[in-house]
Every structure is written in C-alpha cells, then in structure tokens.
Design a protein around this ligand. Structure first.
Ligand SMILES: [Zn+2]
Length: 73
C-alpha cells in the first residue's frame, strides 16, 4: 500500500485547484488595482503639469519648464 486512496487523491486535486484559482484571482485583482492606480497617477501628473505652466519672457510661449524650452524664433 502506497498510502494513496481515491478520496485522498480527489482531496489533493481539489486543494491544488483551489490554490491555482486563488492565485489566478489574486493576480487579476492586483492587475485591476495597478490599472486604477496608474490612471489616478496619470490624472495627478497632468494636473501638476497644468499648474506648473510658465510663460517664456522672450517668446511668450507657455511651457512646462523654461529649462527644457527653446524659443522658436
Ligand atoms: Zn521662449
């Protein structure tokens, strides 16, 4: 006797299936949460960019930063 009986085998398969589906569900929840936080972060970033717009004193163009701005003239 190897200690394996049909009921034990069925329970083992059931446990593996539960763990497998549990991991799948957790992965799906994590992905959804990441998507939500990414969207929220993008919203915040665009708001900050809109607030930080500055006008160039030379060409009067609006840009996010004068350091990265080059005048078109
Ligand atoms: Zn300029």
């Amino acid at each position: 006797m190897l200690g394996f009986s049909l009921p034990k085998l069925l329970i083992l398969i059931a446990v593996i299936a539960v763990v497998w589906y549990g991991f799948k569900a957790a992965g799906r929840i994590n992905r959804n949460r990441q998507k939500e936080s990414n969207t929220a972060a993008r919203k915040e970033t665009s708001e900050i960019v809109a607030k930080d717009m500055v006008q160039c004193p030379k060409c009067e163009a609006y840009c996010t930063s004068l350091d990265s701005h080059t005048c078109n003239a």
